[in-house]
Design a binder for this molecule. Sequence first.
Ligand SMILES: N[C@@H](CCC(=O)N[C@@H](CS)C(=O)NCC(=O)O)C(=O)O
Length: 216
Amino acid sequence: MKLLASLTSPFARKVRIVLSEKHIECQLDVMNPWEAGSPVLDFNPLGQVPTLVLDDGMAVFDSSVIVEYLDAMSPVNKLIPEPGRQRVQVRRWEALADGVADAAARIFREKGGGRHFAENESPQKMRVETKQDDAWISLQRGAIDRGLDALEQELGDRPWFYGHGLSLADIAVACCLGYLDLRFPEIEWRHKHAGLAQHMDKLMLRPSFAESAPPG
Ligand SMILES: N[C@@H](CCC(=O)N[C@@H](CS)C(=O)NCC(=O)O)C(=O)O
């Protein structure tokens, strides 16, 4: 089994943390999906990471389908509750966190990130010839702000999003917050979201989170 991933993708990081927490061995193939002729196109017609390639050659995507597969494949450290309302709750938090990360990624791309520049360049350094769509950017920014407010409020003063320990909800939220730190540190989400900040600090003490943090 191998995981096609980039080290900056919040969706790939979610899968990497799940693999680590569940102690599942998997080869990591690091690549840039934006590069012309990226090898990910051999496995995923959408050309996106993460893509998990199973030993029989079947390619699994997107990240939420991959984590579903991994959690079902091993009973070790279950991260998604059994079908029912609680499962929907965890998957809903995952969807919210992924949605915030996706909105941030859209802004990053609108500002010229990914395709035109190396992945490790900061958005501040980027300049594109084409005009940026400010209305589109502010729509995405609204989704980020409202999504973070909802996550902060819904975590409240509980130690975990769901139950008495780590779940996929905590993992997805941390990956989203880590991506904001990487691409848009100027958003300074910690100022308005003390609960999320405290939660993130706690999660970063786990090796699976610390070791998968995006470079730079
Ligand atoms: N919904 C997908 C999103 C994956 C995604 O947007 N991946 C980005 C990197 S963060 C990508 O591969 N983009 C390349 C492209 O769309 O061409 C998931 O959860 O896996």
